[in-house]
Ligand binder design. Structure first.
Ligand code: ARG
Ligand code: MN
Ligand code: MN
Length: 307
C-alpha cells in the first residue's frame, strides 16, 4: 500500500470564540511546542508551518439569538476557509491546528469545494466525544463548537452555511462519527432524523475498535479524499485532560493508536483538523504531546512492523 503523503502545510487558528471555556486559543502554540512539525519531518513528511490565521479577539459575551460570538466565529472561519483553500490549490495537505471545533466549518467547507472542483468523493471522519450537531434553537449553551456538523450539512445561520459557496457543503452520508458519548437531548433527535452514521462508545465497547473502524472506513475508493477532524476530547480525560468539554469514558491510548494506524493504512488521508487542545486546563502539555504522538501514527509511525 502506498504510504507516501503529499507535502503538508500546517497552520494555527488561535481562537476560542466557539467555546464556553477559554484557552483553546493557545492550542496551536501548544502543538508546536510539543514538536508536531519536527515529529512529522523526522518521519520524512515534507511539512511547512504557514503560521497563524488572523482574526478578532474573543469578546467573551453571552449568546445572542442562540449563538455566542457569531460574528467572530464567521470571521475566523472565513480566514480558515481561505487558508485551507490556498493550501489545497498549492497541491499540499492542510493540517489545521485549533482552536475550538467551530473552525472545522471553514476547513471542511474548503475541502468540500476542492473535492467538488476535482470531481473527487469526500469522506469526513469526525473523531469526537460529541456529535456537534446542535442548532441555535436546541443548543444548551449557544457555543458554536457544538454546531459545526449541522452547519456543514446546511443547518445553521446563512453566514456559516454559505462559507464554501455551496449549500450544503456536505451531506450526512459523507460523515462517520466515532467516539461519541455526549449528545444533547434535542440533538439526539436531529442526528437520528438526518441519519448520521455514528460509532458511539457503547458500540465500540460491544464490537471493539477494529471492527468499528473497519466499518467507518468502508467504501473508500482510490480517489476518495479522507478528511479527519480530530477533537482531542474523543480521548479519555485521564490521558487527555487539556480540553474544555471533557467527557468520561473516552477512548484509551491503544484504541486511539489503532484509530490512527487504520487511517494511515487506508492511504486516503488528505486533510486534518486537530482541535480543542486547551493548555490552560492541561497537565504539563500532556494533551498536546499525546496529540502529536497520535498524529505521528496517522502519518504511518507504527506501521513499521508490517512494512
Ligand atoms: N467541539 C466540542 N467540544 N463541542 C462540545 C459541545 C458541547 C455541547 N453539546 C454544546 O453544544 O454546548
Ligand atoms: Mn467537537
Ligand atoms: Mn468534543
Amino acid at each position: 500500500m502506498d504510504q507516501r503523503y503529499p507535502p503538508v502545510s500546517m497552520f494555527g487558528v488561535p481562537t476560542d470564540v466557539g467555546a464556553g471555556t477559554r484557552g483553546a486559543s493557545m492550542g496551536p502554540e501548544a502543538l508546536r511546542v510539543a514538536g508536531l512539525g519536527e515529529a512529522l519531518r523526522a518521519r520524512g513528511v515534507d511539512i511547512a508551518d504557514a503560521g497563524d490565521v488572523p482574526g478578532p479577539k474573543n469578546p467573551w459575551l453571552g449568546p445572542v439569538d442562540g449563538y455566542r460570538h457569531l460574528d467572530q466565529v464567521v470571521a475566523w472561519n472565513q480566514g480558515v476557509f481561505e487558508t485551507t483553500q490556498a493550501i489545497l490549490r498549492d497541491g499540499r495537505m492542510p493540517v489545521m491546528l485549533g482552536g475550538d471545533h467551530c473552525l472545522a466549518i471553514g476547513s471542511i467547507a474548503a475541502v468540500a469545494a476542492h473535492c467538488r472542483r476535482e470531481g473527487r468523493s469526500l469522506r469526513v471522519l469526525w473523531l469526537d466525544a460529541h456529535t456537534d450537531f446542535n442548532t441555535s434553537t436546541i443548543t444548551p449553551s449557544g457555543n458554536v463548537h457544538g454546531m459545526p456538523v449541522a452547519c456543514l450539512c446546511g443547518i445553521g445561520p446563512d453566514a456559516l452555511t454559505r462559507i464554501g459557496g455551496h449549500v450544503p457543503a456536505i451531506v450526512p452520508s459523507q460523515v462517520r462519527q466515532l467516539g461519541i458519548r455526549s449528545v444533547d437531548q434535542d440533538e439526539k433527535r436531529l442526528v437520528k432524523e438526518h441519519r448520521l452514521d455514528i460509532y458511539d462508545m457503547r458500540y465500540i465497547d460491544e464490537v471493539g475498535m477494529k471492527r468499528a473502524m473497519e466499518q467507518a472506513l468502508q467504501g473508500l475508493d482510490r480517489d476518495t479524499h479522507l478528511h479527519v477532524s480530530f477533537d482531542v476530547d474523543i480521548l479519555d480525560p485521564t490521558i487527555a485532560p487539556g480540553t474544555g468539554t471533557p467527557i468520561p469514558g473516552g477512548v484509551n491510548y491503544r484504541e486511539a493508536q489503532l484509530i490512527m494506524e487504520m487511517i494511515a493504512d487506508s492511504g486516503r488521508l488528505r486533510s486534518l483538523d486537530i482541535v480543542e487542545v486547551n493548555p490552560a486546563l492541561d497537565n504539563r502539555n500532556a494533551t498536546a504531546e499525546l496529540a502529536v504522538d497520535l498524529v505521528e501514527s496517522l502519518f504511518g509511525k507504527s506501521t513499521l512492523m508490517r512494512d
